[in-house]
Write a protein that binds this ligand. Structure first.
Ligand code: SAH
Ligand code: SF4
Ligand code: F3S
Length: 439
């Protein structure tokens, strides 16, 4: 018998890439590959890449430079680039780094096993098509094996919003929703593998509109149907756009027990002038009213957001408006970035804010957001939460899991509790996690 070939996958970017990496690994597993976490042992290395900011995209080329010498030690080694850099740069990747054998964009992953076979025969393989067939229907689920209790499940992909700064509509294509019946099947399959929490993914997940032969399915309808599945304890979804937050989804927060009280709702800026220049199609006031309506349904909701500082044309007064919005909303957690001009996007044509101002604004915004995060965590101390235990913790005899509010919680308890949801009293708060004890 020949030795099975080894696969090493490195994932950058968002949760959708994490999900895609898993699906590609499973498909290659069916073709005979075994996973390894050591690139030097691999016969196929995949970099599943992100194009969202310049830094993210450039990381890929430095990583490729580091991996290239491994080909000297293993003439069988193939290197593939997948994800959003693959889609955005295509053949340019092989020009810049000839050690790359395969380039495949996010909508063509089901063709990867076949591309790998051709690449082994010496062909350079590139596929950045947006084919009509649904890749997920052609990516195998693999043998039924137990897996981690929290899983991602892509329900919607692509974006038609065209925010002026963003590459996603170009790298992931236009908005497409998977049929509800397929999603429910996949959820049942995950439950049989020990999954207890599912996070529904989409670049605009709340724009989900599935069709399964019985009328329109909104995200709220899908969530209510998923909530009926025995064994599924928790449902989350990300990322939402403020303009797609429909009434039925808002009321689901008050009505569906399995829907967790956490919502990632990016606003990007608190200045209406900048929101308009970003083509966001909402104002700061729309956003604040929306937050009030959701909190009326679920007063304990933990909110998270994304912010860009130094978008072209942003003045100190615009930035102050962002700080004010943050003061009003009070986020439990948030991500903030310096604006990064991306080739091909409308904003890339505009004059940039000086780098020193971007750096200064990011530091001030992050100081405020960090203080809010700390405050939200400290407010948990003494409270009882429910934790889904996911894996071994930092220390011996410890497990780590997530609370309803997505806080990581470390608790002393035996490994047999992985996959269980148990009541925990929070005893202390650290920088990015909480500690507690079983009640
Ligand atoms: N679909 C999601 C997330 C898109 S990317 C949404 O609509 O919110 C994640 C975050 O990266 C964005 O919310 C934005 O804050 C940030 N981002 C996107 N393009 C960027 C750019 N050119 N420069 C800096 N940050 C960017
Ligand atoms: Fe990008 Fe805007 Fe679409 Fe989000 S909504 S993926 S930020 S274009
Ligand atoms: Fe990055 Fe593509 Fe996700 S650009 S954030 S990997 S959709």
């Amino acid at each position: 018998m020949t030795k099975p070939r080894k696969l090493f996958v490195k994932t950058y970017g968002c949760q959708m890439n994490v999900y895609d990496s898993e699906r590609m690994s499973t498909a290659l597993g069916v073709s005979g590959y075994q996973a390894t976490d050591r690139p030097e042992d691999a016969d196929l290395i995949l970099l599943n890449t992100c194009h969202i900011r310049e830094k993210a995209a450039e990381k890929v080329y430095s990583e490729l430079g580091r991996l290239k010498p491994l080909k000297l030690g293993n003439p069988d080694l193939m290197i593939g680039v997948t994800g959003c850099v693959a889609q955005a740069e295509g053949a340019e990747i092989m020009r810049r780094q000839p050690a790359v054998d395969i380039v495949v964009g996010p909508q063509a992953y089901h063709r990867l096993p076949e591309m790998e076979r051709h690449a082994r025969q010496g062909a350079k393989m590139i596929d950045t098509d947006f084919p009509d067939e649904d890749k997920f229907d052609h990516l195998p689920r693999g043998p039924k094996m137990r897996r981690a209790p929290a899983a991602f499940l892509t329900v919607q992909e692509g974006c038609d919003k065209f925010c002026a700064f963003c590459v996603v509509p170009y790298t992931r294509g236009s908005e497409a929703s998977r049929p509800a019946a397929r999603i429910l099947d996949e959820a049942r399959d995950l439950l049989e593998r020990g999954v207890r929490e599912i996070t529904l993914l989409g670049q605009n997940v709340n724009a989900y509109h599935g069709h399964s032969g019985d009328g329109d399915w909104s995200l709220a309808r899908l969530i209510r149907e998923l909530a009926k599945l025995d064994g599924l304890e928790r449902i989350r979804f990300t990322t939402s756009h403020p303009n797609d937050m429909q009434e039925d989804l808002i009321t689901a927060f008050g009505e569906v027990d399995k829907l967790m009280p956490y919502l990632h709702l990016p606003v990007q800026s608190g200045s209406d002038r900048i929101l308009k220049a970003m083509n966001r199609r909402h104002t700061a006031e729309n956003y604040l009213k929306l937050v009030d309506r959701i909190r009326a349904q679920r007063p304990d909701l933990m909110l998270s957001g994304d912010f860009i500082v130094g978008f072209p044309g942003e003045t100190e007064a615009d930035f102050q408006a962002t700080l004010e919005l943050v003061e009003t909303v009070r986020y439990g957690q948030a991500y903030s970035f310096k604006y990064s001009a991306r080739p091909g996007t409308p904003a890339a044509e505009r004059a940039e804010v000086p780098a020193v101002d971007k750096t200064d604004r990011l530091a001030r915004l992050q100081t405020l957001l960090t203080a809010q995060q700390k405050e939200a965590q400290n407010a948990m101390v003494g409270r009882q939460v429910k934790v889904l235990f996911e894996k071994a913790g930092r220390r011996q005899g410890q497990l780590v899991g997530k609370s309803e509010y997505l806080h990581a919680v470390h608790v002393s308890c035996g490994p047999s509790r992985i996959g269980e949801v148990l009541p925990v009293r929070i005893t202390s708060s650290a920088v990015n996690s909480l500690s507690g004890e079983l009640v």
